[in-house]
Design a protein around this ligand. Sequence first.
Ligand SMILES: C[S@@+](CC[C@H](N)C(=O)[O-])C[C@H]1O[C@@H](n2cnc3c(N)ncnc32)[C@H](O)[C@@H]1O
Length: 275
Amino acid sequence: MPPRTSASGVGSAAATGATPEGALDERGAAVAVQAMFNSIAPRYDIVNHVLSVNIDRLWWWRTARRFRDVLADPDAAILDICCGTGDMTMALLKHRSPGARPVIAADFAREMLARGARKFTGPFSQHGCAIALEADALHLPLRGESLDLITTAFGFRNLANYRHGLKEFHRVLKPGAQVGILDFSEPEGLLGKLYQIYFRRVLPHIGKLIGGKDSAYNYLPASVSKFPPPAEMLEMMREAGFLKVRWTPYTFGIAGLFTGVRGPIESALTSSNQN
Ligand SMILES: C[S@@+](CC[C@H](N)C(=O)[O-])C[C@H]1O[C@@H](n2cnc3c(N)ncnc32)[C@H](O)[C@@H]1O
């Protein structure tokens, strides 16, 4: 499924989202991101766990726990977008009960999604269940105001347009529903400096060694340093109509969870002071 241009039809080169090397506009960025994830899919899990020394499992677990109340409701409609190989979805499923409404696990990279789909039906899927959906986060094939929760782990940063992503999340969430966006961040201070050395100089080499694709692991630190810092991201969430927006740092701020509550439509214009 080739990605479409953004909801506004804008194909500008403005720095509003991920810009992989060589991408000239939003469509080019989305096509490049999709191709990159399809190409690294076979080794994605192993590279991920090695590079993060398995801390990623803790981050998915904390994110799922944060939403345990809504996950405990068997009728809740839940989307894990940019689900990739499905580990965030699997963490959500641990809070679902057998017979609960399936979690929708969606991604636009077919090779990533196929690996996730296998986990959802595998031996570790004894809790709730999930269905895999090939879909673009910027054009979700879902009715407006139909979801109780959207989660996304390490995917939002890759969207070709962050504002359009938030707008699309707002469209499909019910008023009062929740969003959780887990992604990397750049910690400050001495730890930040050490982390930058690891992230920019060491990680791409390990990634290439195990994963065999150097461009993908050069893209990772570049995309994190381009991702808006927490204060800016929270402001974008407010502008998109989310209330009670908050960023919770994980592991000294290497990663963090953005949360918010979907306000009514008019809050998209007036929410700037309602945090
Ligand atoms: C770094 S992986 C994260 C996968 C998984 N959530 C995890 O925590 O390991 C990012 C995923 O976002 C997906 N993605 C990026 N842009 C997307 C878009 N516009 N629509 C749907 N999926 C997208 C990629 O295909 C990729 O599978």
